[in-house]
Design a protein around this ligand. Structure first.
Ligand SMILES: [Ca+2]
Ligand SMILES: [Ca+2]
Length: 122
């Protein structure tokens, strides 16, 4: 939706789909990671849960992640905030799906949060 040159909006703007199979695989990982961090499975990630997830520099990583994803600043990341972030990231086209996927793998291992708004992580 940030890209007005694309004419894909034939109806609800909420129904922006990510058809590519690569994106499908990524979104599965996105869900998987949410479940992994959401230790008490209440569909919200708290700062405490995030802190437990990251193995190193966990405060820095948690803060960076909440800064980017916790849009309403209630110190909880809901599944909607979480998925919305990744879907938006895919749609911007700034990063290749493979890049996002490999960073997700890193995140899944609890290694680091990438500051997506800046330069690419190499
Ligand atoms: Ca939780
Ligand atoms: Ca929130």
């Amino acid at each position: 939706m940030a890209d007005s040159s694309r004419s894909t909006n034939n109806g609800s703007p909420a129904l922006v789909h990510l058809y590519a199979p690569a994106n499908d695989a990524i979104l599965k990982k996105v869900s998987h990671m949410f479940e992994k961090m959401d230790a008490d499975q209440n569909k919200k990630i708290t700062r405490g849960e995030a802190l437990n997830h990251f193995k190193a520099f966990n405060k820095v990583n948690t803060n960076a992640m909440f800064n980017e994803i916790d849009l309403n600043n209630d110190s909880e990341i809901t599944i909607d905030e979480w998925k919305g972030f990744w879907e938006n990231l895919l749609q911007t086209g700034i990063y290749k799906p493979e890049e996002i996927e490999s960073e997700l793998e890193t995140l899944l291992r609890g290694e680091a949060w990438v500051d997506w708004n800046d330069n690419r992580h190499t």
